[in-house]
Design a protein around this ligand. Structure first.
Ligand code: G
Ligand code: G
Ligand code: MN
Ligand code: NA
Length: 250
């Protein structure tokens, strides 16, 4: 596993990259946004996935600098896209509990010139479990800036309907674990249907992650989910790849 000094060095040497994965309208196949996913391009070891270094960055506090880099990079990149699709940036719980987050977001928007409506922030469901006043304040500060908020990995924690109402997220991203069995069991369809109905009833846009097959897509279309994301459409790809994809939709 990475250590703090490796991560500081990597940040200083420009070894981090963002890859982008389209989030698609199932009716048209067109991207409406793209999720930025962090990669460490190590000069010797090659690409290192976030699971190997995000926890270290969180523990050491380096996530604040790394997260600021991600925000800037993602906003700058989205300015180069040939369509006005949004960019979605993942925030870790530690970033979310820091008061400077809203300032970092403002700076990234100002420097890049990206309109706030084109930035989405993804927050994992476990963040809401703290239910602190601070979390509520951070969310409302971010919303006032005009950025969109998504609740990520939904279904892996214990959020209730009342939680979702209280936090006023724009999008609900149903965790990919719910999609895996979709073509196999009636229960899995019933669960997705229930989550979609629940999210809809409080005005959220429903995104289903981890779509890998035509059969899964067909089921999700039938269930009326708003947006889909997964390897079936595209793996996360580097900047040149996403620019090419957005330049030649369909
Ligand atoms: O792309 P991949 O499956 O390797 O991503 C694994 C995890 O890393 C996901 O939970 C994702 O949300 C998280 N992640 C990816 N990019 C970032 C990032 O820029 N910041 C934070 N905090 N988490 C990220
Ligand atoms: O936690 P978060 O939802 O941010 O993580 C997204 C992760 O899911 C990324 O690491 C991305 O690479 C991965 N991912 C995206 N689409 C698929 C898919 O269709 N199947 C699988 N297994 N993983 C996916
Ligand atoms: Mn995510
Ligand atoms: Na997720």
């Amino acid at each position: 596993h990475a250590v703090e000094s490796d991560l500081r060095g990597a940040l200083a040497n420009g070894e981090f990259e963002l890859h982008y994965q389209p989030i698609v309208d199932p009716a048209t196949g067109n991207a409406v946004s793209c999720e930025a996913l962090l990669r460490w391009k190590h000069p010797v070891a090659g690409y290192i996935p976030p699971s190997e270094f995000i926890p270290v960055a969180e523990d050491t506090g380096l996530i604040l600098q790394l997260g600021e880099w991600v925000l800037h990079e993602a906003c700058q990149e989205a300015r180069h896209w040939p369509q006005d699709v949004s960019v979605a940036v993942n925030l870790s719980p530690r970033q979310f509990s820091e008061p400077q987050l809203a300032f970092q977001v403002v700076r990234a928007l100002e420097r890049s010139g990206l309109p706030p409506q084109r930035l989405e922030l993804e927050i994992t469901e476990s963040v809401t479990l703290g239910a602190t006043q601070k979390v509520v304040e951070t969310i409302s500060n971010l919303r006032r800036l005009g950025v969109r908020l998504s609740l990520d990995d939904f279904g892996t924690g214990y959020s209730s309907l009342s939680y979702l109402r209280k936090y006023a997220f724009d999008k609900l991203k149903i965790d990919r674990s719910f999609v895996t069995d979709l073509s196999k069991t009636a229960e899995s369809i019933a669960i997705i249907r229930a989550i979609i109905g629940m999210g809809r009833s409080i005005g959220m846009v429903i995104v289903v992650e981890g779509v890998e097959t035509e059969a899964q897509l067909a089921t999700l279309r039938e269930e009326g989910c708003d947006l889909v994301q997964g390897y079936y459409f595209s793996r996360p790809v580097p900047s040149q790849g996403i620019r090419a994809m957005l330049a030649a939709p369909g």
